[in-house]
Design a binder for this molecule. Sequence first.
Ligand code: 9YT
Length: 136
Amino acid sequence: MIYRKIEDIVGSDREVYAENGNWISRRILLRSDGMGFSFHETIIKTGTETHIWYKNHLESVYCIEGEGEIETLGDGEIYPIRPGVMYALNDNDEHLLRCHKEMRLMCVFLPPLTGTEVHREDGSYAPIEDEELVHG
Ligand code: 9YT
């Protein structure tokens, strides 16, 4: 049984800050926890736009606070985000994530993140076999 509280993650090495300041990711479950997925609480800062393209991961996101939108770059569709909305990047969709009012999002990644990943130049996280790149 794994039991964790968000206050144990905040301020620990499982709390990761985006290099551009756009988001904070609290990594509640990671690959080392052996669940087969990782599970995060992500805070997205108001007024930010983030280019994301998880080529190596599937991500599902559920909004519990705030307001924003996603624009999928393949087709220019805009999807509003508000509490109660879920989106799943089932096609590794390249997108822009915009935040109008600070958002709290619960995110699941498959395969699981190892821990310290931040977005690379192309908006992706490194695949598992590139772990040495992730850890420097
Ligand atoms: C929604 C999203 O992908 N935000 C970027 C951070 C990511 N969720 C993470 O690493 O937790």
